[in-house]
Design a protein around this ligand. Structure first.
Ligand code: SF4
Length: 116
């Protein structure tokens, strides 16, 4: 498998890149989620229901890691999802993370996060 790395701004943290640049980098890369034969719906599996479901959540989290493993723009994709979603909980798998993991990342950064 050939992995093509997109142009990256030298010495610039992914977290400092504007959304437009993140989007450009993500869309320029050869991504598993848009590779020939990939089903984009795989990145949007049914989420565990509300309530305490540690096993279902762990399965979903493992799936997220497996689907995005080897993606050359995993960090950029994650950062873009965080920025795009803002305080709202998103859907599906982005940057190897689940929606609830992204909410936790936002909260850990001190960003406003809507529950639910
Ligand atoms: S990290 Fe995952 S969702 Fe994001 S571009 Fe790569 S494969 Fe697609």
């Amino acid at each position: 498998m050939t992995i093509t790395m997109p142009d990256r701004a030298e010495h610039c943290s992914v977290t400092a890149l504007p959304a437009a640049e993140l989007e450009r980098l993500v869309h320029a890369a050869e991504r598993p989620c848009v590779a020939p034969g990939a089903d984009p719906d795989d990145w949007f599996p049914a989420e565990p229901g509300s309530g305490y479901q540690p096993r279902a959540r762990a399965c979903y989290e493992s799936r997220a890691l497996a689907l995005c493993r080897g993606c050359p723009v995993e960090l950029e994709c994650l950062e873009l999802a965080l920025v795009r979603e803002g305080p709202v909980r998103g859907h599906g798998i982005s940057g190897g993370t689940t929606p609830w993991q992204r909410q936790a990342i936002k909260a850990s950064r001190g960003w406003a996060v809507r529950r639910g």
